[in-house]
Write a protein that binds this ligand. Structure first.
Ligand SMILES: Nc1ncnc2c1ncn2[C@@H]1O[C@H](COP(=O)(O)OP(=O)(O)OP(=O)(O)O)[C@@H](O)[C@H]1O
Ligand SMILES: [Mg+2]
Length: 386
């Protein structure tokens, strides 16, 4: 099969490697040359994926069997047309289009499906935001409708934060829509990603829950399995099944939940492998999240997903701008037991850009906190030099 991969970061690179291993053809697309997935694909294209005409051109040129989005910032409205042309958009045009805008997915989850979410409002002006804050109460979180990785996101604690939060969200907003969501701050005890695999002719399967810690809008460490009560896990699985079914198609989804004293809150989802799911590269499961995504897309049956080991991942971030980043500490991390790592091969670095990941595994009996600590220490050995 020919796969057009839209977005060529580290997640796309692992997906491409999985596809290469079973003889598929991948054309990797991104806005810059030599992106990680391009380094392992059959071919590549450099375009602005928010430009619908540029997108149409490469789809016509390559005529793929599958379009696999790896990021949100794509002119996803065009996906419906590609679907009509007989191309399979993964997991579906609707799933990619709905999750590109927080409003579509939140209204689907909360209003249509009745899932429990933080109380929320939308606003298109600072004045509307003020009303929204009044409705949901403080503290509350403001996010642009179109953004990811925490861009434009801030927390309002007092009245004086409102104006600042509005301006910050407008600055961090992607695309032409200037609208924000304001939602009540959920005092969660932990948050999880539930990797959910929707298959074409077989039942939906769940991976063991993944815990993670966020900073500046990006994950720092993730671990599997996360501690969660059976009751909460079943509730999360039930919500994940409902929302993925409503979005349609086949593939792996990363469904995000908050676990609070008063139960499980649905937060948002990625209709594709999730960055926190990189922990599966530590060999925690019989198939990693990229292999699962690929199998589901190709309608290859997945009999079961088994948790083989406990594991953790910790990110390696750059601290400077560079057009020739190099790495130190590789020998040190390589000498650690039960530890592995990835360097993504990004051609340039900037402060806080994710450049690699440390992966640690151990037996299922090992306390997960210990494994997380080891992953953090391992990642700390590697530094990115400008
Ligand atoms: N209502 C909320 N209450 C408490 N914390 C929140 C709330 N909304 C978001 N957060 C925190 O901010 C993080 C990022 O939020 P969210 O996932 O909605 O944004 P994002 O920009 O789409 O992030 P990403 O694309 O990296 O997943 C969450 O994982 C959580 O830690
Ligand atoms: Mg998120």
């Amino acid at each position: 099969m020919k796969i057009l991969l839209l977005g060529s970061g580290e997640l796309g690179k692992e997906f491409t490697i999985a596809a290469q291993r079973i003889g598929q053809i991948v054309i990797a697309v991104d806005s810059y040359e030599n992106a990680p997935a391009m380094q392992v694909a059959h071919g590549f294209e450099v375009i602005n994926m928010l430009d619908g005409d540029a997108l149409d051109k490469i789809v016509a040129k390559h005529n793929p069997d599958f379009i696999v989005p790896e990021i949100e910032a794509i002119r996803t409205e065009r996906f419906y047309e590609y679907e009509k042309q007989g191309i399979t958009v993964v997991p579906s045009a609707k799933a990619a289009n709905f999750t590109m805008n927080r409003k579509a997915i939140r209204d689907l989850a909360a209003k249509e499906l009745g899932l429990k979410t933080a109380n929320y409002r939308y606003a298109t002006t600072a004045e509307e935001l003020r009303k929204g804050v009044e409705a949901v109460g403080m503290p509350c979180v403001v996010k642009p409708l179109m953004s990811s990785s925490g861009k434009g996101q801030s927390t309002i604690k007092t009245e004086t934060d409102i104006e600042k939060a509005w301006n910050y969200a407008v600055e961090g907003s992607r695309g032409d829509v200037v609208e924000v969501i304001v939602e009540a701050f959920v005092k969660f005890n932990s948050e999880i990603t539930l990797l959910t695999v929707v298959q074409n002719n077989n039942p939906t399967l769940f991976c063991a829950p993944i815990g993670h810690r966020q900073e500046r809008g990006d994950y720092q460490e993730s671990w599997q399995p996360a501690r969660i009560s059976d009751a909460n896990l079943y509730e999360a699985q039930d919500m994940a099944e409902k929302v993925t079914e409503a979005l349609g198609g086949a593939g792996l989804f990363g469904v995000e939940f908050f676990l609070a004293d008063d139960g499980v809150y649905f937060s948002e989802l990625s209709p594709r492998p999730h960055d926190t799911g990189m922990v599966t590269l530590a060999g925690t499961q019989n198939f990693n999240e990229f292999e699962l995504h690929l199998r589901a897309i190709l309608s290859l049956p997945i009999f079961e997903i088994t948790l083989e080991k406990a594991g953790a991942s910790a990110v390696v971030l750059a601290s400077d701008n560079s057009s020739n980043p190099t790495y130190s500490g590789i020998e040190e991390i390589a000498s650690l037991p039960k530890t592995d790592f990835r360097i993504f091969g990004k051609p340039t670095s900037r402060p806080y850009r994710r450049m690699g990941v440390a992966l640690v595994h151990d037996t299922l009996e090992t306390p997960i906190e210990e494994i997380v600590e080891k992953a953090k220490k391992a990642a700390g050995l590697v530094s990115v030099k400008a």
